[in-house]
Ligand binder design. Structure first.
Ligand code: C5P
Length: 403
C-alpha cells in the first residue's frame, strides 16, 4: 500500500522517540522510502546512528549545515516527500508549527512544505491538557494537520492520562488512510472544478440588503480540497469572513444574478459543486437612494424570484459539467427533501445537511451529511467540514473515473 511512497519523518525530543525507530522499519516493510529529520532534543533520546542505520540515508539535523544544504536544501527536503509525519510531536514542536516558527531544520521544513502533515503527539498529560497546547492543536487542525493519538495510559513520568504517543500500527493506519486521500493521490489533475460558496446579498437600497447566515466554511473547504486533489479550481463566492483558499481562482460576487454570471463565465468544468446559500428572492425594485423613515410607516417590499443557478447549470446542454452537485440545507425530513430536490434541480448528487437549531452546522466547524443520488443514500458520520470536503472530493473523483 505504501510502495514507493516517500515519507519524511520528523523525530522530536520525547521518550516516545524509541517507537519512531520501529515506525521506520514497519514503513519500509510496506515499501515506503523514509527520510528522517532528527531535532536536537530528539537526538537526546535516539542517536543519529540508529536513525541513519534504519533509514539507510543521511539523518538531517542542522538548518545551517553546508553539507545538508549542498546535498538537499530544507525546501527540497520537505517537498520531495509525499507526506510528512511528526512523531513524536512534542508540545514545543507543535507550538512552533502553530505559530510559524522556523528556527531549526524541523520547524523550517514543516513550514516550507506543500504536503500534508500527520502529527503523533506525545507528552506529559498536564502538558497535553494545558490550554496552550490545546489552542495550538486547534490552530494546527484548522491548518489541515491530521492527528493520530495521543492515547491515554501510564506515562514514562509515572502519571496517567492522555499523552502517550499512538502505537506504531495506529500511526501506519493513519498514514495509509492519508495516502488514499485525494490531497495525496491528486486524482483530479487535469480537471476543472467550479465551486460556489457563501451567502448572496440582495440589495434593498444602496445601504441595506437581505442575506443569510452561510459562513462559506464548507464551500471554501471543498474548493481547497479540490485544488489539493490537483484540480484547476474556480471558487465563486458571496461575502464571507473566511480566507481565500490557496491555489484557487476566487471570484467575489454579491447578488445571485452576479453569481450566475460568474458561474457561467467559469464554465466549462468537469465538476460543479453548488455549496452557496443563494437567496431565493430579491427585492423587485431596488431603491436608487437610501429609504427614509417617515410618517407613512415602513416601506412595503415586494420580491421576485432569483435565478436557480444550480438548476440552470444542470440543464445547460453542451456546457453541462459531467458531475453537477447541489447542497440541501434542511431543518426537517432531510433525506426525503433532498430526493425531491435531486429530481427538481436535475443534478447528479445532493449533499444534504441538517441545519436545524442546535446542530451547530451553520457557521460551525463540523457537519453531518447524507449523499443522495439515483444510486441511493449514503450517510457519513459527523466530521469536520475539512474532512467532509476531502471525502466528497474523493467520492466525486471516483465517480468521474467511473469507479
Ligand atoms: O432550493 P434550495 O435553495 O434548497 O437548493 C439548494 C441548492 O441549490 C444549493 O446547492 C444551492 O447552492 C443551489 N441554489 C442555486 N441557486 C439558487 C438557489 C439554490 O444554485 N437560486
Amino acid at each position: 500500500m505504501l510502495t514507493a511512497k516517500r515519507i519524511l519523518l520528523v523525530i522530536g525530543g520525547g521518550i516516545a522517540a524509541y517507537k519512531s525507530l520501529e515506525l521506520i522499519r514497519r514503513l519500509q516493510d510496506r515499501g515506503a522510502k523514509v527520510r528522517a529529520i532528527l531535532t536536537r532534543a530528539g537526538a537526546e533520546f535516539v542517536t543519529p546512528l540508529s536513525v541513519g542505520s534504519l533509514t539507510g540515508d543521511k539523518v538531517f539535523q542542522e538548518l545551517f549545515s553546508l553539507t545538508d544544504e549542498n546535498e538537499m536544501g530544507h525546501i527540497e527536503l520537505s517537498r520531495d516527500a509525499d507526506l510528512l509525519v511528526v512523531a513524536p510531536a512534542t508540545a514545543d514542536l507543535m507550538a512552533k508549527m502553530a505559530h510559524g516558527h522556523a528556527n531549526d531544520l524541523a520547524s523550517t521544513a514543516l513550514l516550507a512544505t506543500d504536503k500534508r502533515i500527520l502529527a503523533a503527539p506525545a507528552m506529559n498529560v498536564r502538558m497535553w491538557l494545558h490550554p496552550a497546547t490545546q489552542r495550538n492543536v486547534g490552530i494546527l487542525k484548522g491548518d489541515g494537520v491530521t492527528f493520530v493519538g495521543p492515547n491515554a495510559g501510564g506515562m514514562a513520568c509515572g502519571e496517567f492520562g492522555p499523552g502517550r504517543m499512538a502505537e506504531v500500527p495506529e500511526i501506519i493506519a493513519a498514514i495509509e488512510a492519508m495516502m488514499v486521500d485525494p490531497a495525496v493521490s491528486r486524482p483530479l489533475a487535469g480537471h476543472r472544478v467550479l465551486v460556489t460558496s457563501g451567502p448572496t446579498r440582495e440589495a434593498i437600497d444602496p445601504v441595506r440588503y437581505i442575506s443569510n447566515h452561510s459562513s462559506g466554511k464548507q464551500g471554501h473547504a471543498i474548493a481547497k480540497a479540490a485544488a489539493e486533489a490537483g484540480a484547476d479550481v474556480t471558487l465563486v463566492t458571496g461575502p464571507v469572513g473566511v480566507a481565500d483558499p490557496v491555489g484557487v481562482t476566487v471570484v467575489k460576487v454579491e447578488s445571485a444574478r452576479d453569481m450566475l454570471a460568474a458561474v457561467d463565465a467559469a464554465l466549462p468544468a468537469s465538476i460543479a459543486i453548488f455549496a452557496a446559500a443563494v437567496a431565493d428572492w430579491r427585492v423587485a425594485d431596488i431603491a436608487g437612494g437610501k429609504l427614509k423613515k417617515g410618517p407613512d410607516g415602513p416601506p412595503a417590499l415586494s420580491f421576485v424570484e432569483n435565478p436557480d443557478i444550480l438548476a440552470t447549470v444542470a440543464r445547460h446542454g453542451t456546457k453541462r459539467p459531467r458531475l453537477v452537485v447541489g447542497f440541501a440545507a434542511e431543518t426537517e425530513n432531510v433525506v426525503d427533501n433532498a430526493r425531491a430536490k435531486l429530481a427538481r434541480k436535475g443534478c447528479d448528487l445532493i449533499v444534504a445537511n441538517d441545519v436545524a437549531t442546535g446542530t451547530g452546522t451553520f457557521g460551525g466547524d463540523a457537519n453531518t451529511v447524507h449523499l443522495v443520488s439515483s444510486e441511493g443514500v449514503e450517510t457519513w458520520a459527523r466530521q469536520s467540514k475539512d474532512e467532509v470536503a476531502r471525502a466528497l472530493v474523493a467520492h466525486l473523483a471516483r465517480r468521474l473515473a467511473g469507479a
